[in-house]
Ligand binder design. Sequence first.
Ligand code: NAD
Length: 390
Amino acid sequence: MRIAVAKETREGETRVALVPELVGKLTALGYEVAVQPGAGAGALHYDEDYVAAGAHVVPDAFDGARLVVSVNPLDAATVRRLQAGTATMSFLPVNQSLDLVADLRDCGLTSFAMELVPRISRAQSMDALSSQALVAGYRCAMVAAGLLRRFFPLNMTAAGTVPPAEVVVLGAGVAGLQAIATAKRLGAVVKAYDVRAAAAEEIRSMGAQSIDLELETLEGAGGYAREMTEDRAARQRDLLAPYIAAADALITTAAVPGRQAPMLVTREMVEQMKPGSVVVDLAAESGGNVEGSEPGQVVRIGHAQVWGGANVPAQMPGPASRLYAQNIVNLVTLMTREGEFAPDFDDEIVAGSCVTHEGRIRHEPTRDALEGPAPQAETVETISEGDRHE
Ligand code: NAD
């Protein structure tokens, strides 16, 4: 039974879904691993490394594959060439990929989206959102340190004392906590804010100061944040403004699942920052936490250099691929029985991550978006926006 590893086609993508080091995990399960030529080159894994690890490197790697693994979704032309019944496993941002989901359904493919792996403890080793956020958070802190024309740590020298840099981090989820930890290791004084109550303790456990704005917290479903009202957002911005004006570096990592990133910092707030200050907006691609940030660009706002993130995990392709590949191997292992790829749809991880199967869209919000809501006997109660899980 063949598992194929795709060469990524998204512009600027450097990651690969399986690294040579982990090929043996799949062959030990009974699979043949076929890799498209050059698939790992962006992450410095060459074809001969895959061959040495026991894989085949062949241009027609998808032929006869039971499962195709990739980082980004396959393109529509590739999807249409796959045999019905083939499975795909990749990131698949369903609400931005409705046409592709329709193709996956119509071609009879079984597709799994890494974003939809439930965030339960049993699935932690398969959680690619977390593994890639970890890489992105680290990278954000390093970018801030690299752009800032001053020391992060305190330096006491014979020529005098150089005070440490002050770093403010907004959003303390997986990426934000990693940015905090990295900036702390480099010696900066770090302050951080998040709308979730649980985040304050996590921020303090990293040795950073938790900024308390004395605003109500915004817990949503599944340990995520809830969307803010415009009034709450405006009050938050007013209260954060002095912290941002005092910072040498600002790192923003805030997100709300399924929504555009919240705008936390206006252009005016950035204009209050000191000469030489630096802003790193990890959320630039999904709308931006900072007004005026541009994905993949460094722009100047007032005295600050504002760096907008674009596919940030791909900027560290080695570790990002290694962690992602381990997530993939763990998910494939869960779906393997007696050497066969045989997903058990009664398992909540399998059911939760499946988008299409046997000509049907199994992910309900996506099915509703493409096919309209299933008719219901009677509406019993109205669910408010804030309580929705998706
Ligand atoms: P995310 O990427 O959706 O959001 C990043 C952070 O932005 C979150 O902490 C969120 O609270 C924050 N945020 C949203 N709006 C904000 C605002 N207006 N101002 C300031 N901050 C704002 O989240 P994530 O990093 O993927 O994870 C969030 C939570 O899920 C964390 O508590 C994390 O520990 C938890 N988690 C659990 C598991 C698991 O149990 N397996 C796995 C991963 C994450």
